[in-house]
Design a protein around this ligand. Structure first.
Ligand code: FES
Length: 132
C-alpha cells in the first residue's frame, strides 16, 4: 500500500477512481456525492473512504473496527447494490457506488444500526422486568 504522499501523487497523475456515496440522514432528501480518490490496484473500499475522510470530507460517516479480519462486520454496506464488507471488497478502477444497508435503521451516510432489536437497552430492561 502506498503512503499518503504517494497516493496524492497518484491522484495528481490521474490514477483515480470515483466513489459515489449516498449521503445524509433520516428526514433529509436522498443525495449522492462523488469523490475522486487516488486508485491503486488491490486497495480496499475502506482505504478509499479513509482517504476521503482525511482529504475530502471529514464529515463522511462510515463504520469499521477490525479491518480485514471479517470479525466485526461493522463495515457492511451495499457496494454497487450488493452487500459487502468495505474492508475486504476491492475498489474497482471504474469506481463504485456505496449505500447503507437497506434493512437496518439508517443513522447517517453509510452508518446503520448494527445492534439487533433484542440487544438494545430498552429491550433488555423490559426483559429484566418480565416475571418468569
Ligand atoms: S472492519 Fe470488521 S469486518 Fe470490516
Amino acid at each position: 500500500m502506498k503512503n499518503d504522499a504517494q497516493k496524492a501523487r497518484a491522484l495528481a497523475q490521474g490514477q483515480e477512481a470515483v466513489v459515489t456515496v449516498r449521503r445524509g440522514s433520516p428526514g433529509e432528501a436522498v443525495r449522492y456525492q462523488e469523490f475522486r480518490v487516488p486508485y491503486e490496484p488491490g486497495m480496499s473500499i475502506l482505504d478509499a473512504l479513509m482517504w476521503i475522510r482525511r482529504y475530502g470530507d471529514s464529515t463522511l460517516a462510515f463504520r469499521y473496527s477490525c479491518i480485514n479480519a471479517n470479525a466485526c462486520k461493522e463495515c457492511t454496506a451495499l457496494v454497487d447494490g450488493k452487500v459487502a464488507y468495505l474492508c475486504t471488497e476491492r475498489l474497482k478502477p471504474g469506481g463504485v457506488t456505496l449505500e447503507p444497508l437497506p434493512k437496518r435503521r439508517w443513522i447517517r451516510d453509510l452508518v446503520t444500526d448494527i445492534v439487533s432489536p433484542e440487544e438494545r437497552l430498552g429491550a433488555a430492561q423490559r426483559k429484566e422486568g418480565e416475571t418468569p
